[in-house]
Design a protein around this ligand. Structure first.
Ligand code: KG4
Ligand code: ZN
Length: 333
């Protein structure tokens, strides 16, 4: 079965062609360069760029997969959660394709897409398993009982981990997105140099990263430096210390959750799951008898192949959407 996937939930315009669970093409056109100068995503600009790019990106995905629209069996589109203007562009485009080609349409939750990214890999876990979705918009733990059966165990009470990376990056004058830059800088810094808080929220599977972000701000005030004035060595040490705190919390929560839910398999996914220190520490969980599954870095960050494979799974269960399908900025899993 050939599935055309579309994701425009945030600042990436993405289209993919997936054959069952095999990726034939997965095009992601990033708007990062456009938003960098504003220090974060400007929703109105993101929507406009999606409108400009969606046609080319979809044509690219079809031609790279060497298929025409008439060969597609299902149009699978992300309809939430995300930036409402951005979501509407992908959704209206997908509806038009589905209507014009008389092919079924299915609406997919972006978070389900992040989880199902693992099914595009050669190795994926049996059910049930634990999932940590850790991205720019979300930091949540779920128990996954079956392909479409999820129980939320906890979520962030304020900033998502990726959001904290982006905000700390801005404070250090490193630009947007912060994750990859801090990841690279941290490799050269001392993670023990600054003792930043570990927000464990004992007894809860929720997360909270806004206090950690404020702690970095207070540290910079104490050091009496800001943005571009921060010395390179200090930047490296702050990046490493901040990252150590985030990763400590994420790994510790995974350990608590697998033990409390009596699970021994975990999938870590979402943009921050591309982080090299988190990936390294996750692999160490294997020593404790936990099976660890990480999608490749390209499949951790936003992409349409994960939406296509999620659509495939739901369609096999007899599900589809009609043209009344709406975009939802807030859409629980
Ligand atoms: O999943 P994603 O592409 O979009 C959302 O659904 O949010 O995640 C984007 C987030 C950004 O906050 C970005 O800074 C973060 O993922 N990110 C990283 C890394 N690569 C991307 N964070 C830490 N380390 C990375 N290597
Ligand atoms: Zn995402």
């Amino acid at each position: 079965m050939l599935i055309l996937g579309i994701d425009t939930s945030c600042d990436d315009t993405s289209a993919a062609v997936v054959k069952d669970r095999k990726i034939l093409s997965n095009i992601v056109s990033s708007q990062i360069k456009i938003h960098t100068k504003y220090g974060g995503i400007v929703p109105e600009i993101a929507s406009r760029k999606h409108i400009e790019w969606i046609m080319d990106v979809t044509e690219n995905a079809l031609s790279k997969a060497d298929v025409a629209l008439k060969h597609i069996d299902l149009v699978s589109v992300c309809h939430g959660p995300g930036l409402i203007g951005s979501l509407l562009v992908g959704l209206c485009f997908a509806k038009s394709l589905s209507y014009a080609s008389k092919k079924p349409l299915i609406g997919i939750n972006h978070l389900e897409g992040h989880i199902h990214a693992i099914f595009l890999e050669k190795e994926y876990p049996e059910f049930p398993f634990l999932t940590l979705i850790v991205s720019g918009g979300h930091t949540s733990l779920y128990r996954v009982n079956d392909l479409n059966s999820y129980k939320e165990l906890g979520r962030t009470r304020d900033d998502a981990a990726g959001e904290a990376y982006d905000k700390v990056s801005k404070m250090l004058g490193l630009g947007y997105p912060g994750g990859p830059v801090i990841d690279a800088l941290a490799k050269e810094g001392n993670p023990d140099k600054y003792n930043l808080p570990r927000p464990y929220l004992n007894g809860s599977f929720d997360f909270s990263f806004s206090g950690l972000k404020t702690a970095v701000k207070v540290l910079l005030m104490k050091l009496d430096v800001k943005g571009k004035n921060v010395a390179e060595d200090v930047k490296k040490d702050i990046a490493a210390s901040f990252q150590a705190s985030v990763v400590d919390v994420l790994i510790e929560k995974i350990k608590w959750a697998v033990s409390s839910e009596r699970l021994n398999r975990v999938v870590i996914t979402g943009g921050v799951a591309a982080n090299s220190e988190l990936r390294r520490r996750a692999q160490m969980l294997k020593e404790e008898g936990i099976e660890v599954y990480l999608p490749s870095k390209q499949l951790c960050t936003d992409n349409a192949a994960m939406i296509a494979v999620s659509g495939y799974h739901r369609f096999l269960r007899g599900e589809s959407s009609d043209l009344f399908l709406n975009a939802r900025a807030y859409l629980p899993l």
